[in-house]
Design a binder for this molecule. Structure first.
Ligand SMILES: [Zn+2]
Length: 134
């Protein structure tokens, strides 16, 4: 929510208040928990508004945030394999033969397996794990 308030103070045309602010603040929190960087979100939200402006600004911000939620995380994808991880690679046999309605979280080197909505996505637990310090 603070993010959107700051956005509104820097860009008065993008100011939203009240319930839309609270609602969109939750979406912003979710995006951050998915690993979105605030400068990326900022750039996304400060794109020029459509002219003429037919919708309310809060509707436009809501749409931009929703689009962000549905799109893959921007930026280079981090690969878990590096010279410091001696974990043997696992092969999941026949995974393509099973029709799944949901995908599995690939966190913890593929050991997590919690259901997620998007292929290659991480569950909320794994996406919150801090970067390893070693
Ligand atoms: Zn997970």
């Amino acid at each position: 929510m603070r993010f959107l308030q700051e956005l509104g103070s820097k860009h008065p045309r993008l100011m939203i208040t009240g319930k839309p602010l609270r609602d969109q603040g939750l979406v912003v929190d979710e995006l951050f928990s998915l690993g979105w960087k605030d400068e990326v979100l900022w750039e996304l939200l400060t794109r020029p508004l459509p002219e003429p402006l037919r919708k309310s600004v809060s509707a436009i911000i809501a749409k931009r945030l929703r689009d962000a939620l549905e799109s893959p995380l921007p930026g280079p994808r981090r690969t878990p394999e590096s010279e410091t991880t001696p974990t043997p690679r696992r092969h999941t046999a026949g995974a393509h033969a099973v029709i799944r309605r949901r995908y599995e979280c690939e966190g913890q080197d593929g050991m997590c397996g919690l259901p997620v909505d998007v292929q290659g996505d991480l569950c909320t637990t794994c996406s919150r794990v801090p970067e390893p310090a070693w």
